[in-house]
Design a protein around this ligand. Structure first.
Ligand code: ADP
Length: 432
């Protein structure tokens, strides 16, 4: 928004309505007006346009108006430029602080359209509001203190962000190691079977290879290929969820059908590991509006984990509960549990609790392999359905086995609203 006319005025203000009004009033008086909506942009625009006067709001999202003024006063070309605070903040001491920081004047918002142009003209012509030496020294000290406090807060925030980025970097490195491992294991299997096939062909030297031999080799090859496909699908799913391109194909879904079908698939593993898998109270659950395939993937992940993190001989219970406008699917295990401090982080991408070298590469063995993506995918799917997922567990202890209980809350019908329930145990505060 620039009008090339009389003296140039820069106005730094985050509120759009104030920006428009001041712009209109000043432009109609022949000034060339530039506007910026935050402090950093304002300073940059000031350097580019060297305005004859700068008006600045005090409360801004990044730097405040006093900080902007102090910064500009440090630049030789702005040492004598009139800078005027234009603010709704009329708390005691606010004017004195602005003047101590280097402002020439202090005007209040909302502006009085009748008197504002005259006030601006006066400041352009050299008007200056002054503090007594005592007032100036007192408020200068307070201003310096405020600056240091802000700096301290910013340093702390940066340190936290930096720590989080380093942690994410480490998780990504672990992830690359795990993906390589997870892909290499089935690849070794595939390579073994294909060599075997070659060997059998050479041995038969033009004769016949038995159907059993070929069948065995083909099923070995297929096993390896499906595992590789699973790993690649997981990576694609999580990237779709991260980029918000997960498309749901909604229709009526019978949860009992999905849960019983997953139970059937997991039965052989449970049998082998002496685990009890019970599915109860799911038949009374109503039909819900959802994407059946995506929900199946989400539920498979949670049930698969319950089995993976429960030692042989334990049990996993799946229950369904109908609430007012939602269903609650409860998946409870008698496994190693999850420390309270990790209840949120397990739903983050790449997060694998415990040392990755403890992971066995079999997906169904106790503490079996995983990429740390399963729950991130699950959460993405549930939230795409406007649902919620959370875990309850007292601690992680492979000796006393406190177990974990996952809740998956899904709305019966889809709307644009995320599910809200009178539910004390859902805490929405973000992860530190
Ligand atoms: P992965 O695919 O590696 O299993 P997930 O995202 O599914 O990754 O889970 C993240 C981490 O959460 C797991 O590595 C595990 O430590 C923990 N976890 C998930 N479910 C359970 C459970 N039922 N009991 C104990 N720990 C669990």
């Amino acid at each position: 928004m620039t009008d090339k006319k009389g003296p140039t005025i820069l106005y730094i203000e985050d509120d759009r309505a104030s920006r428009l009004l001041v712009h209109r009033v000043l432009a109609s008086r022949g000034y060339a007006v530039h506007v910026a909506s935050n402090g950093l942009d304002g300073i940059e625009l000031a350097r580019e346009t060297t305005p004859a006067l700068i008006l600045t709001d005090i409360n801004l999202p990044d730097m405040d108006g006093r900080e902007i003024t102090t910064r500009l006063r440090g630049i030789p070309s702005f040492q004598n430029t009139p800078i005027v605070a234009l603010t709704a903040n009329i708390s005691p001491g606010s004017r004195e602080l602005a003047l101590a920081a280097g402002c020439n004047g202090f005007l209040t918002k909302p502006i009085d359209v009748a008197t504002f142009p005259k006030a601006v003209k006066d400041f352009l012509e050299g008007r200056e509001e002054r503090l007594t030496p005592d007032e100036r020294s007192e408020h200068l000290q307070k201003h310096a203190q405020n600056l240091v406090e802000r700096l301290e807060t910013n340093i702390r925030e940066l340190e936290t962000a930096n720590k989080r980025l380093r942690e994410l970097d480490r998780l990504k490195s672990d992830f690359i190691i795990m993906v390589s491992h997870e892909l290499r294991t089935p690849l070794t299997l595939i390579s073994g079977y294909s060599h075997l096939l070659e060997e059998q062909i050479n041995l038969a030297s033009g004769g016949i290879i038995s159907v059993d031999t070929v069948g065995g080799i083909a099923s070995g090859l297929n096993g390896g290929i499906s595992r590789m496909r699973e790993v690649i699908t997981e990576i694609i799913s999580v990237s779709r969820i991260s980029s918000g391109t997960l498309d749901l194909s909604l229709g009526p879904v019978r949860l009992s059908q999905i849960l019983n079908s997953i139970k059937n698939d997991l039965e052989p593993v449970c049998h082998k590991r002496g685990l009890q898998l019970h599915v109860s109270d799911v038949d009374e659950m109503p039909l819900i509006e959802a994407d059946g395939n995506q929900l199946r993937l989400a539920l498979e992940n949670v049930l698969g984990n319950a089995i993976k993190f429960t030692p042989d001989g334990g049990s996993v219970m799946v229950m369904g509960k109908k609430l007012n406008n939602a269903v609650d699917i409860i998946i409870q295990d008698t496994g190693i549990g999850i420390p309270m401090s990790e209840h949120r982080r397990i739903f983050e991408q790449f997060y694998v609790l415990g040392a990755i070298e403890h992971h066995s590469s079999s997906k169904s063995a106790f503490q079996g392999g995983g990429l740390g993506l399963g729950l991130a995918i699950t959460k993405g799917i549930i939230e795409a359905h406007n649902g919620r997922i959370w875990v309850e567990s007292k601690r992680r202890d492979p000796e006393s086995l406190p177990g974990s209980t996952f809740h998956i809350l899904l709305p019966i019908a889809q709307s644009s609203e995320r599910l809200t329930l009178d539910n004390d145990y859902i805490d929405d505060t973000p992860v530190e």
